[in-house]
Ligand binder design. Structure first.
Ligand code: GAR
Length: 223
């Protein structure tokens, strides 16, 4: 099955690029119908144009009422025949005007291991807190920020001396792996949501052996 995907971006669009690259190589069964940004200068729009994907811009300044902005984005997505929506660095909270028409078909990537470090500047939050394991999360979007059921999380180590930039770069590499994977699971029809649990048909179970810790466990605690 090929899903008709719309991607919403506000910034550099490196996750969008990872998705475009994986679609192109045939690893995600998706047709990216449109890329929409709330910022006309978003580099993500250039990446889309370069890939020959239709783009659109909805400026929130033109829509003082949040719901009107959401209705406009829904109109653009519907016009492009979109079934599934991927938020890729889209820095706006969505209202029911958006979420109801696309109920259960909107996913987001967040640069932290939710529910830790929701909200803005997650990379900085993790670096300043001194976490040992940082990471990222692909989750379904509901009306609460960074809250919906979790599809996949990827952990990366954080080291003393890391700042938002160094940790953020490590997290971003992981984002580029887990977001395409999550979208392909969705395209394959393998993802089911039951309450807060997301079940991925046929997915393996990580950590059959010891749990991954950072710093690594030493003998004899590593067995
Ligand atoms: C990514 O790190 C993404 O996880 C984050 O914005 C960045 C966008 O980068 N999203 C959020 O913080 C949403 N709460 P990109 O434009 O290069 O993909």
């Amino acid at each position: 099955m090929t899903i008709a995907l719309g991607v919403l971006v506000s910034g550099s669009g490196s996750n969008l690029q990872a998705i475009i690259d994986r679609v192109r190589e045939g690893s995600i069964d998706a047709d990216i119908r449109i890329v929409i940004s709330n910022k006309p200068e978003a580099l993500g729009l250039d990446r889309a144009r370069e890939a020959g994907i239709p783009t659109a811009c909805a400026l929130h300044a033109d829509f003082p009422v949040r719901e009107d902005f959401d209705r406009e984005v829904v109109r653009l997505l519907r016009g492009a025949g979109v079934e599934w929506v991927a938020l890729a660095g889209f820095m706006r909270i969505l209202t029911p005007e958006f979420l109801t028409p696309f109920a259960g078909r909107v996913v987001n990537i967040h640069p932290a291991l939710l529910p830790a470090c929701a909200g803005l500047h997650a990379q900085r939050q993790q670096a300043e807190h001194g976490v040992r394991l940082a990471g990222c999360t692909v989750h379904f979007v509901d009306e609460e920020m960074d809250h919906g059921p979790i599809v996949i999380q990827g952990a990366v180590p954080a080291f003393p001396g890391d700042d938002a930039e160094s940790l953020g770069a490590r997290i971003l590499e992981m984002e580029h792996r887990i977001y395409p994977q999550a979208l392909q699971w969705i395209a394959q029809g393998r993802v089911r949501v039951e309450g807060r649990q997301v079940l991925v048909d046929g997915a393996g179970r990580a950590c059959g052996g010891p749990f991954w810790t950072n710093p690594p466990l030493e003998s004899p605690f590593d067995r």
